[in-house]
Design a protein around this ligand. Structure first.
Ligand code: NAD
Length: 260
């Protein structure tokens, strides 16, 4: 066996594919023989990632919080590759780090718009496409350690990522009888663009990296270490894994003490 089974020739959408975890997922899926449809608001970035894929790919600039953009990437995927099999719905932003009393309703709506509405629109579009095909399909959502526990000064992000688990479970209940598996990966701290944004908003990267040393594995993760969970969940090797959240966080989820 050379890699995860059942990915060869599949058409896989990856959102937030211009950088970080999404770019790593796009590369891995491509290396395993999938045809990748890479979606991101960063048009140059997503074209760059597709240009570097080892296999066929399609870059579709777009905003996952806009219904017309979501419909368009699915349409473009079908026009180019004839069908749509797999989804890694991963685009996300961290948003405002302000303390709770200073958060504005716009801060909240903006983060929920991308992370939660985006997850809903992506899942809904996936099912709309799957029902016109001959069955099957698999979806992985990028949740977060912030889906599972509290953290300081990140309320909109945390609320959005808890909501992603609601989308996951609702979609898994719907998809199970149709043979469509829906799962999530919950990353811990991974130095990416989003991580740098969070570090800057929190007052400095050093503090975020220090937090990385408090996880049981004593380090932050890499985008590739998250992508390997994603490709497993999308592959036939995960054929009986459904409605599940797999943490890839160096053990952070098991820590419930303030002691490092
Ligand atoms: P990243 O910033 O490198 O990647 C996020 C990508 O999403 C970017 O390319 C960005 O342009 C794109 N994006 C943002 N808004 C978009 C929109 N409206 N439509 C389409 N694309 C959009 O960060 P990352 O860490 O790779 O983030 C990927 C996912 O991982 C996010 O959902 C994030 O919440 C989640 N996550 C990251 C960490 C971490 O520590 N890095 C931890 C837990 C969860």
């Amino acid at each position: 066996m050379e890699g995860w089974e059942g990915l060869e020739g599949k058409v896989a959408v990856v959102t937030g594919a211009a950088s970080g975890i999404g770019a790593a997922s796009a590369r891995r899926l491509s290396a395993l023989g999938a045809r990748v449809v890479a979606v991101d608001v960063d048009a140059d970035g997503v074209h760059g990632v597709v240009a570097g894929l080892p296999g066929p790919g399609l870059a579709v600039p777009g905003d996952v919080s806009r219904e017309e953009d979501v419909r368009r990437y699915a349409q473009r995927a079908v026009e180019e590759f004839g069908r749509l099999d797999l989804h890694h719905l991963n685009a996300g932003i961290v948003g405002s780090f302000a303390p709770l009393p200073e958060l504005t309703a716009d801060d909240f709506d903006h983060v929920l718009g991308v992370n939660l509405r985006g997850a809903f629109l992506g899942v809904r579009e996936a099912f709309r496409r799957y029902r016109t095909q001959d069955g099957g399909g698999a979806i992985v959502l990028t949740a977060s350690i912030a889906s599972l526990r509290g953290s300081h000064d990140l309320l909109p992000y945390q609320a959005s990522k808890h909501g992603v688990l609601g989308v996951l479970r609702g979609a898994a209940m719907y998809g199970g009888p149709l043979g469509v598996r829906v799962n999530a990966v919950a990353p811990g701290l991974v130095p990416t663009g989003l991580f740098s944004d969070a570090a800057a908003a929190a007052g400095g990267g050093d503090d975020m990296l220090r937090r990385g040393t408090t996880v049981p594995l004593r380090r932050t993760g890499t985008p590739d270490e998250i992508a390997s969970v994603v490709v497993f969940l999308l592959s036939d090797d995960a054929a009986y894994v459904h409605g599940e959240v797999i943490s890839a966080d160096g053990g952070s989820a098991i820590v419930n003490t303030v002691r490092p």
